[in-house]
Design a protein around this ligand. Structure first.
Ligand code: MG
Length: 381
C-alpha cells in the first residue's frame, strides 16, 4: 500500500457544544465531506476513520456507500486517537500516511496531491498558510509587543508522513501533549516540509464556522458541459426525443432507443465533470444496452455528478431536424426531462431548429441534438 489516510473523528467537540463531526453540512454529516474527499482520491489506497466510543451506528450511516475501512474507536485525546489509528496500520503498513481532521470538510484533491508530492523529498509534509495579519503580543488589554510574522505559518491538515517514521515518533511521544502530528514529528527529529495550504480548507470549530462552511458549499464552483449527437433516420413509424415518443414517418437508428437528445444531454453532464463520454460508460458493442431507454444513461451521468457532491443547475437542449415538428411536444419534453433530472421544469429548456433543407439533417437523413448544462460543484471536489 502506498498512501493511506487516517481521519480523526473521535472528538467530543467541547468548543462546539456537541459532536460537530455529525452536525449537518449540506444535508450530510460534516465528517462525510472529508471522508469522501479521501476515498475518492485516486492516490489514496485506504481510508481509516477513528470514531468516538458508541458512535458506530451514527458513523455507519454517515459514510454509507463510501469506500472506507471498518472504523476504529479512538482514545481520550486526538493524539491518542491518531496513535491508535497508526497501530491498526502497523501490521500492513502503507509507505505514507496522511492524517486529517474530520472537521476540515474541504481538503481539495490538489491539496492532497501537494502533500503526497512533498513526501518524495521529506519524511513529513503539511499544508500551511502564511500569516498575513500583523501579530501582537498582549499584556492584559494592552499591546506589549509586535511579533515578527515573516516566518510564521498556520498549520492545516492533512499532515503527511512516511508511516514508519511518524509511527515511531508517536510511540515516543506517549505521555506528552502536542497539538498536531507535525509537532510530534518535529520532537522526533523529522524534517517536515511546508506546502501550499488553502483558505477553503478551514477547520469547523464553532457554529459560526459551520455556517461559513454551508455558505462555501452554496458558492462552490460552476461548470458547464456540452454534448452533441446525430442518429440516422430509417424506415419506421416513430422517433423518441427527450424521452417522448412521437409518431413520424421514419425512425431513428441506434443500438439503444436512439434518443439523440438524451444522448447529447448525457454527454453534456459527463463533460461538465470530466467523466468521459456516453460511449465509454455504455459501449455500443455491449448487448446490455440494446433497445435500452436512454433516460437510463442520463440518470447514470447524473448519479456520477451527485456522487461528486455536484448538482445540476440547468439544461438546454436543441434538436436539429426538418421533422417531426417539435413545438407541439415541447412542454411534454420539458416535463419529462425535469422528471429524469429530478429538477424543476424552470431549469430545463428544449428548443428546435431546422437547417433549411441543407446538410444531413436538412435532407432528413438524420436528426441531431446538442445540449449544454451548467452544474454546481461544492468546494473540495
Ligand atoms: Mg447516440
Amino acid at each position: 500500500m502506498r498512501n493511506a489516510a487516517l481521519i480523526v473523528a473521535a472528538g467530543s467537540g467541547l468548543r462546539f457544544g456537541g459532536r460537530k463531526q455529525y452536525a449537518s453540512l449540506g444535508g450530510v454529516p460534516l465528517l462525510r465531506h472529508a471522508v469522501a474527499a479521501f476515498s475518492a482520491h485516486p492516490s489514496i489506497d485506504a481510508v481509516q476513520v477513528m470514531i468516538g466510543d458508541g458512535d458506530d451506528a451514527e458513523y455507519s450511516s454517515a459514510v454509507d456507500g463510501l469506500d472506507v475501512l471498518a472504523p476504529v474507536t479512538g482514545g481520550a485525546s486526538r493524539q491518542e486517537s491518531v496513535r491508535l489509528g497508526l497501530e491498526t496500520f502497523s501490521k500492513d503498513p502503507p509507505e505514507n500516511i496522511l492524517i486529517h481532521d474530520a472537521a476540515r470538510p474541504f481538503p481539495s484533491a490538489k491539496l492532497i496531491d501537494g502533500v503526497i508530492g512533498a513526501l518524495a523529498t521529506a519524511p513529513g509534509a503539511i499544508p500551511a498558510l502564511p500569516v498575513t495579519d500583523t501579530l501582537k503580543r498582549g499584556s492584559g488589554d494592552r499591546i506589549s509587543a509586535t511579533v515578527d510574522r515573516s516566518d510564521l505559518w498556520r498549520a492545516q491538515t492533512p499532515q503527511g508522513f512516511h508511516f514508519s517514521k511518524i509511527f515511531e515518533a508517536h510511540r515516543a511521544a506517549i505521555g506528552e501533549t502536542m497539538t498536531d502530528d507535525a509537532a510530534i514529528a518535529e520532537a522526533g527529529g523529522l524534517e517536515v516540509a511546508l506546502v501550499a495550504g488553502a483558505e477553503e480548507n478551514f477547520k469547523v470549530t464553532t457554529e459560526g464556522d459551520l455556517a461559513r462552511a454551508a455558505r462555501a458549499m452554496t458558492i462552490g464552483e460552476t461548470r458547464i458541459g456540452s454534448g452533441y449527437d446525430l442518429h440516422r433516420l430509417e424506415a419506421g413509424d416513430h422517433v423518441i426525443l427527450c424521452g417522448v415518443k412521437i409518431p413520424f414517418e421514419k425512425s431513428l437508428r441506434g443500438h439503444s432507443d436512439a434518443d439523440v437528445a438524451l444522448h447529447a444531454l448525457t454527454d453534456a453532464i459527463l463533460g461538465s465533470i470530466g467523466a468521459g463520454d456516453i460511449g465509454q460508460h455504455f459501449p455500443p458493442s455491449d448487448p446490455a444496452w440494446a433497445g435500452k431507454a436512454s433516460e437510463h444513461f442520463v440518470r447514470h451521468a447524473l448519479s456520477i455528478l451527485v456522487a461528486k457532491g455536484g448538482a445540476l443547475v440547468n439544461a438546454d437542449v436543441t434538436i436539429i431536424c426538418e421533422g417531426p415538428k417539435i413545438g407541439p411536444h415541447r412542454d411534454q419534453m420539458v416535463a419529462r426531462l425535469a422528471e429524469i433530472l429530478d429538477t424543476s421544469p424552470t431549469r430545463i429548456s428544449v428548443k428546435a431548429t431546422t437547417t433549411e433543407g441543407v446538410g444531413v439533417t436538412g435532407r432528413g437523413e438524420g436528426i441531431a441534438a446538442q445540449a449544454s448544462v451548467s452544474v454546481r460543484l461544492t468546494l473540495g471536489v
